[in-house]
Every structure is written in C-alpha cells, then in structure tokens.
Design a protein. Structure first.
Length: 377
C-alpha cells in the first residue's frame, strides 16, 4: 500500500469496510473492554492498551510519515514526554533548539526538575554548534524545524549524520511541516513526533499527538510501554475524528502553504512590519536549507514583528476581522496570536511578535483583511 500517493493513503490506509455490516465509515468502538472467549483474550483486551480506532489511526500515521510504527497519544506534549521517558535516564544530557515550542522547554524546567536531566539549548542553524554541544552523556538530539515561533530551519540530514556517527538518536518534531512538505526519515532521523492537534487534525477541534519510529524495535517497545502503562492515550472518538480529518489533510496543505507564501510576501512589503519570518522568502537566513529539505512548499505558518512594540502588535491582531486572535495553529481558519502572552514560564518571543497560522480561506480576502487592519493602526 505504501507505493500509493499520499492523497490515496490519507483516505484508505488503516481501514477497510468492516465485515458485519460493511460500514464504509469506521464504527467508533466506544468500549473500554473486550469480551474474552473461554477466558482467553481475542484480538483486544482493554482500550488503554489497544482499540480498533487507535490501531487504524496508528496504521495511517505510520504510512503517511513513511515510518514502521506509530504510537498515538492524547496530545503532542504526551507524545514528546513519552520519547523523553523512553530515551533519557538520570544524568542524561539532551540537546534542544534555542527556538522551539515553549512546552518542550517547560517540560524540562518543570516536570523533569529534580530528575538530573541536563537539557541544553543550542542554535541548531549551524551544524557545527550541535557538534560542539555533544557530550559523552548526550542521549538525545531533539530537532524542531521550522521552529515555533521564529521559523528557524535546521539541516536535518547534517545533524542526523553527526548524531549517527556518535550513536545518538535524533527526534524531529514535524508538526509544522508535516510529511507533506518534509520527510525526516529520509533525512536520517529515527523518531518523528507530531502534535496531531495541528495540521493532521486541521479543524481546531481535536487534541492529539503521535510518535512515529523509522524501524520497529526496542525503542518503539519502550515508547509503546509508556503509552499503554503511562496511559496518556487518545479516546476512540479522538482517533476516529483524527482519522476522518486525515482524509482531507493532503488537500489542505498546499492551500495553507500557498496562502502563507503570498501573505508573507505582502507583509514583507509593508512599512509597519519590521520583520517577516517565513522560510519561503529568499531573505530568510536558512532559505537554502529550507529549499533543499522541504518539498512542494514551506508550510502555513509565519511570524511578524510589528513596528511600535507590543501595543501596535496587539492592535494589529485586534484590527483583523477574518483572523481570530487565539493560540494554536494548523486549522482551516486563520489565527493570529501575540505569542509572548501564550508562552507562560520564561517567555522568549519579542514583545512585538505575532504568530500567524494561515488558513485555507480565499487569499484575496486574507490580504485585504491585513490591508484594512494595517490602515487602521
Ligand atoms: N510541537 C509543536 C511544534 C507545537 O506547535 C505544539 C503546540 O503548539 C506542540 C508540540 C504541543 O502539542 P499539543 O498542544 O498537542 O500538546
């Protein structure tokens, strides 16, 4: 099946009409437990450890990302946490990007406080900085590219090559690019993580996460144990809804990306905008790497810095009528947010930074909305 196009896989992978009624849409198995036959479990035992809707979802996710196995969680954070649980140990050193989803930093600062995990932030835009930061006790390199919120781009193949020489696993948070634009397994990473809350879900109505492994093996088994025994699993309904959303994911992505590109180019020309962060712009410092490792587009996310500080930035966000001022991303509707406000503990984003999740509305309307919002600044 994996020879088929992503669009076909997104519709069909993981489910065939069930035999009893021939239901074309997968029934939702709203059960916590499964009957045994003469005391012996049949296919399934208990929904925390497995459920038909979750198996379908995991099958589809593994195929879409080009991995051997996917393990689904109740949120992106639960998925990331499972990787850390499975790979790290007291005394371990882990490298994370100096710009990345703030929740990852917060996990190490809050949840792992006292666990003797040494988390070091590195500007991974230069592979040599990653090389310099590696120590004998480095147990994991965590990449996120493009990064949240400054859309830094890291050379996945370059970092993976160095890591492989040292025997260090590399995990890549592929939430923003998704396999539609970026295929980390083909660039050498072993672990891909997703917040499926975002583009895979696509409608701002479902929270989820996944870890996908390039190969089946002991690492996958450890992450599977964190899933089943740790229990941070998605419900059968969440799995069903995500499976449904995935069918239209390959249709949505090119629209997100072309809308974002056009909007980035427009914003780049505006006197009130100090800086545009979008890897598709030739002026982006890592544009060449982005062009080499992303295919068919640069994704639907961009950030801007507004002249005049926080006040003007918030006013711009409020002036917009189609863009909703809210956190999160990857849904069909365009969102904008004053990022620093959402970053909780130790915020890093500049006061004048707005993060934009460009939806799939008509691009002319989105540009016109910015035109009127900028005119009223
Ligand atoms: N990774 C990235 C890149 C994100 O943008 C987010 C959330 O915004 C997460 C992980 C966390 O995902 P979740 O909110 O599903 O836990």
């Amino acid at each position: 099946m994996s020879d088929l196009h992503l669009s076909t896989l997104a519709v069909h992978a993981g489910y065939e009409p069930e035999k009893q009624f021939g239901s074309v849409s997968q029934p939702i198995m709203l059960t916590t437990t499964f009957e045994r036959e003469n005391g012996v479990p049949r296919e399934h035992i208990y929904t925390r450890t497995e459920n038909p809707n979750r198996i379908s979802l995991e099958t589809k996710l593994a195929i879409l990302e080009g991995g051997a196995e996917a393990i689904a969680f109740g949120s992106g954070q639960a998925a990331a946490y499972a990787v850390f649980q499975a790979v790290l140990e007291p005394g371990a050193h882990v490298l994370i990007p100096d710009d990345c989803y703030h929740g990852i930093r917060t996990l190490f600062a809050q949840v792992y406080q006292g666990w003797q995990i040494n988390c070091e932030e590195v500007d991974m835009s230069e592979v040599s900085k990653v090389v310099d930061a590696i120590r004998p006790e480095t147990k994991l390199i965590w990449i996120e590219t493009p990064t949240n919120p400054k859309l830094k781009i890291f050379d996945i193949a370059g970092i993976s090559k160095i890591a492989a020489q040292k025997g260090i696993p590399v995990a890549c948070d592929n939430t923003w690019a998704t396999p539609f634009f970026q295929r980390p397994f083909e660039l050498g990473v072993e672990i891909v993580m997703h917040s499926t809350t975002k583009y895979f879900g696509g409608h701002s109505d479902i929270l989820g996460g996944a870890v996908i492994l390039k190969e089946k093996g002991p690492l996958g088994a450890r992450i599977r144990a964190v899933q089943g025994t740790g229990g941070g699993v998605p419900s059968p309904f969440d799995c069903w809804l995500l499976n449904r959303s995935l069918a239209t994911y390959p249709l949505r992505m090119p629209v997100h990306s072309s809308n974002a590109f056009t909007l980035a180019q427009f914003l780049d020309q505006q006197a009130a905008i100090e800086r545009v962060y979008y890897p598709g712009l030739a002026t982006h410092p890592n544009h060449e790497i982005a062009k080499a490792q992303m295919r068919g587009g640069f994704g639907g996310m961009l950030s801007i810095e507004v002249k005049g500080g926080k006040e003007k930035a918030v006013q711009l966000a409020e002036n917009l009528q189609i863009f909703t001022h809210a956190t999160s991303l990857g849904g069909v509707e365009s969102l904008i947010e004053h990022r620093r406000t959402a970053e909780g503990l130790n915020p890093r984003s500049p006061e004048n930074l707005l993060r934009v999740s460009v939806g799939i509305e008509f691009i002319g309307d989105l540009v016109a909305d910015f035109e009127q919002a900028l005119a009223r600044l």
